[in-house]
Design a protein around this ligand. Structure first.
Ligand code: NAP
Ligand code: HSE
Length: 438
């Protein structure tokens, strides 16, 4: 491998919003020392693509701003394209054209990588280009390259964790300060954590996309967003959070991906997690990812999952990695690792513990009726709590033992038809550590 000394590496930023702005400022801040970190290469931003050229951009020279993509893709001096616009189009087309032009790409775009990651990684390989996307999962947390490199010697059977900063911030505010959902979401948006459309955060879609990316890398088999079962936090109430505490649990939005041997199981759900579990204490916009490998056992990665500089940290790390590869002429080493074609397991077959909150009539025989329906459908009760009745209506909170989803669903269908049960108010999974039996 021949090292090219004194290289001049030029990059273009596509997008100058929260993350693009952060990357630009971070590169300026590191300007003096960057050459020493990349084998004396000179790295700089030559052009920045924006949508609205008239917008005021403090600290950015007007002459490097453009709204003309062609001027970037056709510029032979530009080696690296850093895509930070978000969304599917035109990001997908621009990344394809950049790779076809032999340019290396760094992106933070999980929407795109979850849907078209396979296609884009194949294209990068074809053109011997790097395509890096560390910031697409977990903001500033290093997780993609650690999975692809440091943990590559393992058979990974589980990747799980908190992968959305907005919802973790909201749940933290609801838990600690009793804030209501709408106020907490507003604060998360003001802090720049939420996506342009917060639906994708609060409905679990953003976390679902990140889990598709993580599962694909961890299990060496392509998992698409459509394969991920997703449930968000919009229906979570202060009561669920309060009762979770009473049972010794903390409520978190968790992504869980498992290679079960019988296929891949992957989903995002609000889940109760024992208050003693390390993830229960990951708060605010922090994210954390647990990985279980046969050799390493458990490893946890934790850090800021969103925001200007944490995300810029991951993006610049990728840019520096590409620059080093350019200096040594070894780009394209980390291509698509999906050499398996594992099935996605039907969610009805998976087993979980559940927290059920039932609003019931306050009269004799209710508890026996509920227990009977659960028992007849093979759902064993782990814990039960009855809250004092108000106006003839009480709340019954049940935590089940491990049960196959389809059995619980059968019981829930019967509950819906029972007049003594006014409402099945909450059905929330309880996280349990994977064992041979479940
Ligand atoms: P943002 O603040 O909305 O910024 C988007 C930028 O892209 C803006 O500068 C916009 O230009 C530009 N842009 C959008 N469409 C364009 C088009 N068609 N042509 C040219 N420029 C266009 O978004 P962001 O929060 O920085 O997110 C960027 C990416 O990073 C997304 O993929 C997101 O999922 C990902 N990400 C974000 C975070 C975070 O904490 N925010 C964390 C991890 C990953 P104008 O300025 O002219 O409007
Ligand atoms: N909206 C995302 C989050 C940004 O809240 O985690 C980081 O991907």
């Amino acid at each position: 491998m021949e090292k090219k000394n004194g290289m001049r590496i030029r990059a273009a930023l596509l997008g100058l919003g929260t993350v693009g702005g952060g990357v630009y400022k971070l590169i300026r801040k590191r300007k003096e020392e960057l050459p020493q970190r990349i084998h004396q290469a000179d790295l700089d931003i030559k052009k920045i693509l924006v949508k609205n050229l008239a917008k005021k951009r403090e600290g950015v020279p007007q002459e490097i701003l453009t709204d003309d993509w062609e001027s970037i893709v056709n510029d032979p001096e530009i080696d690296i394209v850093i895509e930070l616009m978000g969304g599917i189009e035109p990001a997908r087309t621009y990344i394809r054209q950049a790779l076809e032009a032999g340019k290396h790409v760094v992106t933070a775009n999980k929407d795109l990588m979850a849907e078209y990651g396979g296609e884009l990684l194949d294209l990068a390989e074809l053109h011997h280009c790097d395509l890096m996307f560390e910031a697409a999962v977990g903001g500033g947390i290093p997780i993609i390259r650690p999975l692809k490199e440091c943990l590559e010697g393992n058979e990974i059977t589980e990747v799980m964790g908190i992968v959305n900063g907005t919802t973790n911030y909201i749940l933290t505010k609801m838990t600690r300060e009793g804030m209501d959902f709408a106020d907490a979401l507003k604060k998360a948006q003001e802090l720049g954590y939420a996506e342009a459309d917060p639906t994708s955060d609060v409905e679990g879609l953003d976390a679902g996309r990140k889990m598709a990316i993580l599962a694909s890398i961890a299990f060496h088999s392509r998992v698409k967003f459509d394969d991920v079962e997703v449930k968000g936090i919009t229906k979570i109430t202060a009561k669920d959070i309060q009762y979770a505490k009473e049972f010794g649990y903390t409520l978190k939005l968790l992504g869980v991906a498992r290679n079960t041997g019988g296929g891949i199981e992957v989903g995002v759900f609000p889940m109760m997690i024992p208050a003693s579990h390390p993830l229960a204490n990951v708060n605010d916009s922090f994210n954390a990812v647990f990985v279980h490998g046969d050799a390493v056992d458990d490893v946890m990665f934790q850090g800021r999952g969103a925001g200007e500089f944490p995300t810029a940290s991951a993006v610049l790390g990728d840019v520096i990695a590409v620059a080093r590869n350019l200096v040594y002429g070894c780009c394209g080493r980390l291509g698509c690792g999906c050499y398996r074609n594992l099935p996605i397991r039907d969610s009805g077959e998976s087993k979980h513990k559940y927290f059920l909150r039932l609003v019931v009539e306050d009269r004799t025989g209710i508890l026996a009726g509920v227990a009977g329906v659960l028992g007849n459908n093979g759902v064993s009760i782990h814990q039960v709590l009855q809250k004092p009745a108000v106006n003839g209506v009480a709340e019954l909170v049940v935590v089940t033992d491990q049960v196959e989803n389809r059995h619980l669903n059968d019981a829930l269908v019967i509950f819906e038809q029972m007049s003594m049960i006014r409402e099945v108010a909450s059905v929330i999974r309880v996280y349990t550590v994977k064992t041979q039996e479940n």
